[in-house]
Design a protein around this ligand. Structure first.
Ligand code: 4AD
Ligand code: MG
Length: 464
């Protein structure tokens, strides 16, 4: 009989037992009883482990098998048998066990409950746990789903730069990229740092968003999207903010705000249905162990139409409940996390799209509405997370945009190419950005964004 090299996931999906397999993995637990050892082996291919039974007649049993510990890495050759045990379809009866590496007793992932806080301290080992392993598989699956959504709709994927000399969100929260020696940086006559002598000849930073370059491609290819890392040096030590996070940014020529909101809603629903369909093992785990409302919340998002209200309407609702907030609101102030949750959880109990925000609290590129007070911005707020998506219709009128750039103290020269897009064949266009880690929080029910990205970066931490 030929021996097949299979992953645990493939073995568990076999139509029948009886075949010879070779499987690799790490030991989750081991139990020795008279004449036998029982190993739970996990290889990361799925949340489930496979039970391996090693008979004391196997070569090297006393010298080697008895020394195997939790965390040890093995290659097992054996026969797949139907398992009499509850909750498992198959087990492997080992004919041969090869030990790659033994994990000494101080291996931190011994069989017991580990807090997510503790696992953050061992980010190099935590993907071997059920929780973080499932997060990792979900991230992979949803990344594929993102591409599928856009590719199926004829969008082109564009790669926008990581290093940039423009600040898209205009908030000045950028990480500087320099090769200057900080101790003796060259100075101009005025005493400022002389960036003309720096690597790029001017101040450069890590991008906060690929949008501006995305617009260039939308105004050439029609509909495009980016999916890449973005960086924000905002000093926010919250469970929803990272200094490095992944963002998906579609940009569509000839779209207005209404179509932008329609696409955002369709996108969120697609992704939620995608995981319900493809990742039931992971969702079962999160629903059982992390948040018992995972399935009900996701079904709710997949099956209801999102509420849409203007910022002005949102403020009216919130103002009536100002006594419940740490930061009371009035027209003109930005909506914060507590208000986002209030609207999506208490008032509507479903995702809410708030649109037409005061221009003063939004970025320079958003299209001015006829009231000249508000801009065509929209945020998608979802229960438990708050803001999941931020987007807008872009100002496509040359004069309006250049006026806006000047009025908030930016320089037209810096945005010459962005203005050119309005000079040469301008068209209405719109787009949005979805924070990938916030999406993972939504589907897993996890509370802290530091648990849903492999190596979180936040103030005071860039380990691993
Ligand atoms: O609302 P934001 O700042 O919008 C933009 O960057 C636009 N340029 C997008 C566009 O129109 N193309 O960010 C978009 C989303 C937010 O809604 C949020 O989900 C996520 O990115 N986000 C963060 N996620 C984690 N950590 C942070 N510090 C984040 N800042 C924004
Ligand atoms: Mg935003």
């Amino acid at each position: 009989m030929i021996m097949q090299n299979l992953r645990v996931k493939e073995i568990l999906n076999l139509p029948e037992s009886g075949i010879q397999v070779k499987v690799n993995g790490w030991v989750r637990t081991k139990r020795d009883s008279k004449g036998f050892s029982f190993l739970e082996v996990n290889d990361g291919s799925c949340i489930k482990s496979i039970q391996v039974i090693v008979d004391s007649s196997v070569d090297g049993y006393a010298e080697n098998i008895l020394k195997i510990t939790t965390g040890s890495s093995l290659t097992i050759k054996g026969v797949v048998k139907d398992s009499p045990g509850k909750g498992q379809k198959y087990e492997i009866h080992a004919g041969n066990v090869f030990i790659h590496g033994i994990a000494p007793q101080e291996y931190p992932l011994q069989k017991k409950h580990h807090s997510l806080e503790f696992l953050r301290e061992i980010a190099h080992l935590r993907p071997r746990t059920n929780a973080i392993g499932s997060v990792s598989r979900l991230r992979s699956s949803l990344s594929y789903g993102v591409h599928q959504f856009f590719q199926d709709r004829g969008f082109y994927y564009v790669n926008t730069p990581i290093i940039t000399t423009s600040d898209c969100e205009g908030a000045g929260e950028m990480f500087r990229v320099t090769t200057l020696d900080l101790r003796e940086a060259p100075r101009t006559e005025k005493g400022d740092i002389d960036y003309a002598k720096d690597f790029f000849g001017k101040p450069a930073s890590l991008t906060v968003s690929g949008q501006l370059e995305g617009e260039i491609y939308a105004l050439s290819l029609g509909n495009v999207y980016t999916f890449g890392p973005t960086f924000r040096a905002e000093n926010s030590n919250t469970p929803r903010h990272l200094a490095e996070f992944w963002m998906i940014e579609p940009e569509m020529a000839f779209y207005h705000l209404k179509e932008d909101m329609d696409l955002a809603e369709e996108f969120v629903k697609f992704l939620v249905k995608y995981v319900l369909d493809k990742n039931s093992d992971e969702l079962d785990f999160f629903n059982a162990r992390i948040d018992t409302t995972v399935f009900s919340r996701l079904e709710n998002i997949a099956n209801t139409s999102f509420e849409r209200i203007t910022y002005t309407e949102a403020i009216k609702i919130l103002e009536k409940n100002n006594n419940e907030f740490e930061f009371p609101v009035s027209w003109g102030v930005d909506i914060q996390s507590e208000h986002e949750k209030y609207l999506s959880e208490k008032v509507f109990n479903k995702p809410v799209i708030v649109f037409d925000y005061p221009k003063e609290i939004k970025a320079f590129y958003m299209r001015l509405n006829d009231d000249e007070k508000t801009v065509g911005a929209m945020d998608v707020l979802v229960p438990r997370i708050g803001e999941l998506i931020g987007g807008s219709e872009r100002e496509e009128r040359y004069e309006m945009l250049s006026k806006r750039i000047r009025s908030i103290g930016l320089s037209e020269e810096d945005y010459w190419w962005y203005l050119d897009l309005r000079k040469y064949g301008t068209v209405p266009h719109a787009g949005f950005g979805l924070g990938f880690e916030r999406l993972i929080l939504l589907v897993t029910g996890l509370q802290n964004i530091r648990d849903v990205i492999p190596f979180p970066r936040y103030p005071g931490n860039a380990r691993f």
